[in-house]
Design a protein around this ligand. Structure first.
Ligand code: G6P
Length: 611
């Protein structure tokens, strides 16, 4: 999703902005650009494609100055191209203002028509360009930069974050937040703007998150903020806790690979936050509801986070008897949901900034439902707006395709199911202890699963040749099959679908031929016999099968699968978490074989801050 940076200080601005943009790359983008102010003149460089293209352009056409703004664009209005890339500025030799924008201006067509009627010539297809012309019109009418921005904001509808640079003032940046996240940094000799703390960490030691509706005026060492009603407000500057965050890949070729291999540690850290290893009980802060009275709860999320919630539903209902609905956030928003007896909502989101999840959470708040956010960013909007926020300890996840965020979400949700069961006394103490023990063993089992890396790398050559693939699972392994298929789609661009094993005979079986790889998640235990029958149905139709199981399951299936992967045998509770790892590695290696961009797959963004 689009990323914004801005900087002014004593140092040359271009390297600062480029470093900030590099740190925003992980969000996904298709073009990038900078505007800087030198000797009162705003100049821009913009290129389609990767940041490397912009850096190459800057080598032959450098930009000087000590103030500037930068942007990585993820196209919404208008294809990825140099003309549509940000920053935008009125065409002509000496623009008075330049802007970068994240989000969508919903009424841009009306504004465009209005400006065009007054003679404005647009040079892009974007919704953003109207903003620069509105600001410029105000400046030409004699407004100060602040007045021009304030006036322009009254005309804009939609959700957005903006940063402005003005030709008339080398010591001024203006930032505005309405719906899309934005933070600012202020040090004695500099001021900066960033879409997230990772970008800002390269420019400042002190940051403040802008609140909804804020307008920030930034000068060297100075920060003035106006709230949604135009009143002057104070936003606390905090030391950047993540300023030392390493976003390097270390010894790894890709962030995704690094993050896959970080899972034993990330899951371990999350367990330490929510399980007492000595007493083997879940340790949670007070929930914003009385667990004993809960009859029904609802989880909302998008993408991979949705599959984490969908898995947790099996645990929560089985352990606690609470009706546990799960809904895609963008669907909940636009239907007349019957929520009267819903006593608790879980909003699951790695970033805590996904627009659909945020809006679903706000809708649930309006309906008076207490909300618990499950996030990987403690300072995120979702965390701040919820009644309680619970933090997964994944650390920064940079690869667009979620891996360690997913398994830490699952870990946290498993602990949450335990604590609900304990409070409701729906499980024996001994059973609870056994479950807690199996969770504590999980980091070691995850380490063992990672040893399959080489074998998966080999068999990925065969999978990578396929045009389509099917993933099958039952029970808690069904959402993992869905997640496995999503991973393959996202990064290798192979069309893949996940199915509940029992559904094969109701349609998907028609697709099976000797070309179609079918991945079957079949741990021994409860549902093994059922999923094994579904696997037989596939083999009977000549399908090629990758069977993933433990030694007992593989022996029972008797060498009939085309490929096999053996995982350690674990209790049912932790199976979905363990089985997620080979799914991730398979997608990763298939993507390597196909030569795709693993960390920044085409068309996708890490944190989707538009509808
Ligand atoms: C994007 C990412 C996915 C992620 C989803 C939800 O689509 O590419 O990896 O699962 O957003 O993101 P969230 O930050 O809310 O978990």
């Amino acid at each position: 999703m689009c990323g914004i940076v801005g900087y002014l200080g004593g140092e040359s601005v271009t390297p600062k902005l480029l470093e900030g943009l590099r740190r925003l790359e992980y969000r996904g983008y298709d073009s990038a650009g900078l505007a800087t102010l030198e000797d009162g003149v705003i100049a821009r460089r913009r290129t389609e494609g990767k940041l490397e293209n912009l850096i190459t352009r800057l080598r032959s056409e450098p930009l000087g100055g000590v103030a500037g703004i930068g942007h990585t664009r993820w196209a919404t209005h208008g294809r990825p191209s140099e003309e549509n890339a940000h920053p935008h500025a009125p065409a002509g030799a000496t623009p008075e203002v330049a802007v970068v924008h994240n989000g969508i201006i919903e009424n841009y067509k009306e504004l465009r028509t209005e400006l065009a009627a007054a003679g404005t010539k647009f040079s892009s297809e974007t919704d953003t360009e109207v903003i620069v012309f509105l600001v410029q019109r105000e400046l030409q009418r004699g407004a100060t930069p602040l007045e021009a921005v304030q006036q322009t904001l009254t005309r804009l509808e939609g959700a957005f974050a903006l940063a402005f640079l003005f030709a008339a003032d080398e010591n001024l940046l203006i930032a505005a937040r309405r719906g899309s996240p934005l933070a600012v940094g202020v040090d004695t000799e500099s001021a900066s703007i960033g879409s997230d703390v990772l970008a800002l960490a390269s420019m400042t030691q002190k940051i403040a998150y802008l609140e909804e509706g804020d307008l920030a005026i930034l000068r060297r060492g100075e920060f003035v903020c106006y709230g949604a009603n135009g009143e002057s407000v104070t936003r606390e500057l905090k030391s950047v806790s993540q300023s030392n965050v390493q976003i390097g890949k270390g010894e790894y070729r890709h962030f995704m690979r690094k993050e896959i291999f970080e899972q034993p540690t990330a899951v371990g850290e999350t367990l330490h936050s929510f399980l007492d290893p000595a007493r083997l009980v879940a340790t949670f802060p007070d929930l914003p509801t009385n667990a004993k009275d809960l009859r029904r709860m609802l989880s909302v999320a998008c993408g991979t986070a949705f599959y984490a919630a969908a898995t947790a539903r099996y645990w929560i209902e089985a352990m606690t008897g609470i009706v546990s609905d799960v809904e895609i956030a963008s669907e909940l928003r636009y239907r007349k949901a019957a929520l009267d007896d819903c006593g608790l909502a879980l909003c699951v989101s790695q970033s805590g900034e996904t627009m659909d999840t945020l809006e679903a959470s706000r809708l649930l708040a309006q309906r008076g439902i207490p909300r618990v956010a499950i996030v990987n960013n403690a300072d995120s909007t979702l965390a701040r707006e919820s009644d309680l926020s619970l933090l997964t300890r994944a650390g920064p996840e940079i690869g667009v395709a979620s891996t360690k965020a997913f398994t830490t979400q699952l870990t946290l949700l498993a602990c949450l199911a335990l604590t609900l069961a304990e409070k409701r006394q729906t499980l024996e103490t001994e059973t609870l202890r056994r479950y807690a023990e199996s969770l504590m063993e999980l980091p070691s089992r995850l380490f063992e699963a990672l040893e399959l890396d080489k074998k998966i790398a080999q068999l990925a050559h065969d999978i990578a040749e396929a045009q389509h693939a099917l993933y099958l699972g039952r029970g808690t392994l069904f959402p993992i099959a869905l997640e496995g298929a999503l991973k393959l789609k996202e990064i290798s661009y192979i069309h893949a679908e996940g199915y509940a094993g029992g559904e094969m005979k109701h349609g998907p079986l028609a697709l099976v031929d000797e070309e179609m790889p079918v991945v079957v998640l079949a741990p021994s235990g409860g549902l093994f016999a059922k999923i094994a029958s579904n696997a037989e149905e596939v083999l009977a139709r000549g399908g090629r099968m990758l069977l993933i199981s433990d030694a007992e399951g593989l022996a029972a299936f008797g060498g009939k699968a085309t490929w096999t992967l053996e995982l350690p045998k674990v209790p049912e509770l932790t199976q979905p978490i363990l089985y997620a790892l080979p799914m991730q590695l398979l997608a990763y290696h298939a993507a390597l074989v196909r030569g795709t961009d693993v960390d920044q797959p085409r068309n996708l963004a890490k944190s989707v801050t538009v509808e």
